[in-house]
Design a protein around this ligand. Structure first.
Ligand code: ATP
Length: 239
């Protein structure tokens, strides 16, 4: 579960997130939306302990300040908006690293680990990329590969910063379906930053609009999605 109580954070003199409260427990899919600069990635910086904050953040009942290694202990995983690789690596070798938690420092990945990767890539319909060089893939293909690696990490709480940004219409729709099914099947809590509000139709979960003066978790429904689209079509109020 994730509980945020009276959260205040920002940069230097500029407060971006003020008095935010919400509570959500797995299984749940939360679409984090808002205008550019509303503070969506800032919220993720807080949750990944990359930005100081006032207030309380509890992950599975434990204060974020007291969690020694949220990624290593399987509590949290994070897929940033931009993730670069500058060395040659095959897709299967990049994805299998998602299993790092289950390995000792120098332990090799097994044939079974690679089979797990293959099954996952097949479920994501990117099995054909298995032996490709990662750096030669298109932006959208790379995004799907990162998503596979994140799913393999199997953390309880997953933060995804615009995972569908570079995807075509078919894959955007497919990734939202995959994520919401994964949430229910594997009892996950997924927070997903997105500007693709139209793709939220038909899914169960919540929406957190950080552009609103008092953001709260709103239950996804056609009316709520439309109301938030209209809200975001209007010019943002600058903080
Ligand atoms: N390190 C920093 N120092 C100062 N200001 C920052 C810093 N990082 C981000 N900001 C500012 O904070 C504001 C919120 O940034 P953030 O990245 O959280 O927005 P966002 O909602 O994720 O936007 P987008 O939809 O464009 O990705 C922006 O105005 C940004 O310029």
């Amino acid at each position: 579960m994730l509980e945020v109580k009276n959260l205040v954070a920002g940069y230097e003199q500029r407060v971006l997130i003020r008095n935010l409260f919400f509570y959500v427990s797995a299984p749940a899919f939360v679409a984090v939306v808002g205008h550019n600069g509303a503070g969506k990635s800032t919220l993720f910086k807080i949750l990944t302990r990359n930005l100081p904050y006032q207030g309380e953040v509890l992950l599975n009942g434990q204060s974020l300040h007291h969690l020694a290694n949220p990624a290593g202990s399987g509590v949290l995983s994070y897929l940033p908006q931009k993730n670069t690789v500058t060395f040659p690596i095959k897709v299967r070798d990049l994805v299998v690293m998602g299993l790092f938690r289950h390995k000792r420092f120098f332990e090799q990945y097994s044939e079974q680990d690679y089979q797990t990767v293959q099954h996952l890539l097949s479920a994501l319909e990117i099995e054909h990329l298995l032996h490709r060089e990662f750096t030669e893939l298109s932006g959208g293909e790379q995004q799907l590969v990162w998503l596979a690696q994140l799913m393999l990490q199997d953390a309880a709480i997953c933060l995804l910063d615009e995972p569908t940004q570079q995807l075509d219409i078919y894959h955007k729709k497919r990734v939202f379906n995959l994520l919401t099914n994964w949430v229910t099947e594997k009892n996950k809590l997924v927070l997903c930053i997105t500007h693709d509000l139209v793709n939220l139709h038909g899914h169960t979960g919540y929406l957190l609009n950080l552009s609103k003066p008092v953001p709260t978790l709103e239950i996804l429904s056609p009316e709520i999605i439309q109301e938030n689209i209209s809200y975001l079509e209007a010019k943002p109020h600058l903080i």
